[in-house]
Design a protein around this ligand. Structure first.
Ligand code: 475
Length: 836
């Protein structure tokens, strides 16, 4: 360092040190500066929304500082890195999460209060970042939080959709979809990086030529768009590390097509280029299928191509070449959505970096691993060969080459077994040839994992049976988890405080196993009454939300019974609503004396139906119709209320989860890969009624099966039950309830016919079969609820047994058992202020 440089560096350090200070006045200065200079409002007049914006920008300053220093530290230490590739991140709000993680919440609350603003109020002005559909996208966000907290040298990569998950409104009981143009009023949490831009190509043709005795393929694309990076800092909890979520946005290419501009129609050329932006503009709101949607495939390629170019560029910039790349990088595929990245990495290594096939394949198979999130066969991604061929001709060629070598390997191992080849080939033969993305992912990944024990076993026996036989060592389990920060400590302060006080520490927030310490208090009467008080506070908040959103007044003395999740036949909202109808029918036929014995219930249902999923939309209408009827029946009163909460999303879940007492996870056994909201509810002292499916199995194991209401057919019984269904007699109560629907008791009888047919005919999801057991389990719920001390004990035991379901545990397992990456914790700056 020269004398001048040293002087400059000293000066910069001094400036920074005096910049971010942790006293109330400095925070106020920072907020007011942002009011005046960033959002350009007057510091004398700014409303709650502007106060939110300025507070967000002020918080962002801290995040950027931590982000920069963390990235510099990673660079200097140069550890193996992991990149989490996901088409979805269901982030939710960021303000409170960031303030809590940075340990600045108290300071900001006070600073704002003195300025006349209430943090609890202004935080509500933030729009959710809803860049995901449901479980898979929210899991990715929980993982980022845990990767930051566990100090892993990790980044997330995804897409910056301009339209997030649609906003659901309910009109006359029907779902309506409204666009979620969430960026309208700006997004303080992102940093645009116009200088981090990559070209992404599509269409065109492939030519070949000889070079040094080797055949070289050249892809001459016909369309090119630019991918621009937007960085979203992800702070860890009580660590100096802040990691990055890099999202790509499509922009018209700067260079391509210049000729068309010079060839005459300037305006038409500009308009055509504008189309480029549509690639990243909308999140597909379907969590099952998107058959043949060209734009979806374009999105996938756009995403992985930009991501891989970025990873390779940063690697070579630091190391001078790609040497040791596969020892220093791990790439996790969140489902098959980014699988085209396998062909793209092969292409980049071979065509751009001029590696041979063998070296390229060795590196590719060493870096990729893949997570499966579903056993439903219709959700397995396939793309028509014809479409891939047209859109990505070079990739199609590479996929054929991979498949050719794979089939050779298959023959070497199993001899000539045509049926097996037909089943396992990456290309599905038939009228329309298809590329099976899961098979490509399985062949090229060193590891594949399911997301709960039962699910990881099932994929070995069903959809991936052949692959398990061929590559048994590739298969692993990584039971999902959720971040205990957002889903307990931050969304439920009264419970957090009670736990802190009881355990004498808040260390459990990043070491969730410590919750076990609550077990010894489970029978303590005084502790129990405080526990009940905490739950009542959360119920009151939820009741107010219900009033605000549904206009229905509910009593907080009733049992709050909840089912919130995407609407799907396999998740069996139908079983829930049939149970509700049964309950309603019983109550309205009771004497006053009998009524005195009923446990009052509020049944809360929420969730979105994919816009093209007709039956799911009918189920929403049925729930609304039942709620109309029940809530207005004077014979029922407060004994039963049914509400459908519109637009279920992350922020609503943060109110619903703490306020619930019973949560339903009642999928047909063997269909729900894991479920993650079950973990959130259990963590907040909500009891679970559920089937032996997904993570319920492990929750029962951890909290004890006497602390959960389990019912229904087991996964191994399901196939046989399905074949016998038609011959079995159905329960009279079931027949009666179904008849009420089809006879028009709730109106719209014709409209509900497909629902009735589905459970009366083949009943693929075994609703009729499980109905009696479900009612028995619900009876047990009522009986237990009457004994507050037993119920509360179960609630405490649920929380105490939840340690396993922290995503910190999940991430540590991924890190050691799949990625081979180690923590890289940035030391706290020596002059860091108290509490930093
Ligand atoms: C499972 N989403 C849960 C959760 O592992 C599990 C599919 C296609 C396109 C867009 N989104 C999807 C899913 O498949 C999904 O959300 N799966 C869920 O993943 C996390 O807990 O059981 O259904």
């Amino acid at each position: 360092m020269s004398e001048d440089e040293r002087h400059r560096s000293d000066l910069l350090y001094t400036l920074m040190d005096t910049y971010i200070k942790n006293d109330v006045l400095s925070v106020q200065e920072s907020i007011v500066n942002h009011v005046e200079y960033t959002i350009a409002r007057s510091r004398y007049h700014f409303d709650d929304f502007e106060a939110y914006q300025a507070t967000a920008y002020s918080t962002r300053d801290r995040l950027i500082e931590s982000w920069n220093d963390t990235q510099q530290y990673f660079h200097d230490q140069d550890p193996k890195r992991v990149y989490y590739l996901s088409m979805e991140f269901l982030v939710g709000r960021s303000l409170l999460n960031a303030l809590y993680n940075l340990n600045l919440k108290g300071l900001y609350r006070e600073a704002l209060e003195q300025l006349g603003y209430n943090l609890e109020i202004i935080k509500e002005r933030e729009r959710d970042a809803a860049l995901g559909n449901g479980g898979l996208g929210r899991l990715a966000s929980c993982f980022l939080d845990s990767m930051a907290t566990e100090n892993l040298p990790a980044w997330g990569y995804g897409l910056r959709y301009q339209y997030g998950m649609f906003r659901q409104t309910i009109q006359d009981g029907f779902q309506r979809e409204n666009p979620d143009y969430w960026l309208t009023l700006g997004n303080p949490w992102e940093i645009e990086r116009p200088n981090v831009t990559y070209p992404v190509s599509f269409y065109g043709h492939v030519s070949a030529r000889e070079e040094d005795g080797r055949q070289i393929f050249v892809w001459n694309p016909a369309e090119q768009v630019d991918a621009v990076a937007y960085d979203n800092p992800i702070p860890g909890y009580r660590t100096a590390n802040t990691i990055n979520l890099r999202l790509w946005s499509a922009k018209p290419s700067r260079e391509f097509d210049l000729e068309s501009f010079n060839s005459g129609d300037y305006v038409a050329s500009i308009l055509e280029k504008q189309n480029a932006e549509s690639i990243s503009s909308v999140l597909y709101p379907d969590d099952r299928t998107y058959k043949g949607k060209e734009l979806r495939l374009k999105q996938q390629h756009f995403f992985v191509s930009a991501t891989l170019q970025d990873i390779l560029r940063r690697y070579t910039a630091q190391h001078g070449s790609l040497e040791n790349f596969s020892d220093k990088v791990a790439l996790q595929l969140n489902d098959t959505h980014p699988t085209i990245g396998i062909a793209e990495l092969m292409r980049l290594l071979m065509d751009v970096y001029k590696w041979g096939w063998t070296a390229s394949w060795e590196a590719t198979t060493k870096v990729f691993s893949f997570t499966n999130h579903t056993v439903l066969p219709e959700a397995l991604e396939q793309w028509p060969v014809e479409l891939l061929q047209e859109l990505l001709p070079r990739h199609m060629q590479i996929i054929y080459d991979i498949n050719w070598r794979f089939l050779q390997e298959l023959r070497a191992k199993f001899g000539n077994d045509q049926a097996r080849e037909y089943r396992m080939s990456i290309i599905q033969e038939g009228d329309e040839k298809m590329v099976r993305m899961a098979h490509l992912a399985l062949v090229a990944s060193h590891t594949v994992n399911g997301v709960a024990e039962i699910h990881s076993e099932l994929i070995k026996q069903t959809i991936f049976e052949d692959f398990y036989e061929m590559y048994p060592k590739k298969f692993q389990n990584k039971t999902n988890g959720v971040t205990p920060r957002r889903w307990l400590a931050f969304c439920n302060p009264p419970l957090r405080n009670l736990i802190n006080e009881t355990l004498g520490t808040d260390a459990w927030i990043s070491r969730l196993d410590l919750l076990e310490g609550l077990k010894s208090h489970a029978d303590d009467g005084e502790f129990q009454s405080r526990w009940v008080e905490v739950k009542q506070l959360a119920k009151a908040k939820l009741a107010a939300k219900i009033k605000e959103l549904c206009g229905v007044e509910v009593s907080t003395d009733a049992l709050f019974d909840v089912q919130v999740k995407r609407i799907h036949e396999y998740k069996r909202q139908v079983l829930n609503i049939l149970g509700i109808i049964h309950r309603y029918d019983q109550i309205r036929n009771m004497s006053e004396e009998e009524k005195a014995d009923v446990v009052p219930r509020v049944c809360i249902i929420g969730g979105k139906a994919a816009p093209g999923y007709e039956l799911a939309k009918r189920i929403i209408k049925l729930i609304s119709a039942v709620s109309q009827r029940v809530n207005n029946d004077p014979a029922v009163g407060d004994l039963l209320k049914v509400v459908f909460i519109p637009d279920y999303n992350v922020s609503l879940a943060e109110v619903i989860v703490p306020g619930s007492e019973l949560s339903q996870h009642i999928s047909t056994a063997g269909t729900e890969a894991s479920g993650t909201s079950n973990m959130k509810f259990a963590m907040n002292g909500c009891l679970i009624i559920g089937t032996m499916d997904g993570a319920n199995v492990e929750i029962a194991e951890e909290i004890g099966d006497d602390n959960i209401f389990i019912f229904g057919a087991l996964a191994h019984e399901v196939p046989k039950l399905r074949t016998e269904r038609a011959d079995l007699k159905v329960d009279d109560r079931f027949a009666h309830v179904v008849r009420l629907i089809s006879s028009g008791e709730f109106g719209y009888a014709d409209f509900f016919t497909p629902i009735v047919d589905a459970v009366q005919g083949s009943d693929y999801y075994l609703v009729a079969n499980d109905f009696p057991a479900y009612l028995r389990a619900q009876d047990a719920v009522d009986r237990t609820y009457k004994n507050s001390s037993i119920w509360t004990r179960m609630s405490i035991m649920s929380v105490a047994g939840c340690g396993k379901f922290s995503s910190d545990r999940t991430i540590r397992q991924y890190a050691t058992e799949i990625w081979g990456v180690e923590p890289c914790e940035r030391p706290r700056p020596p002059n860091a202020p108290e509490g930093y």
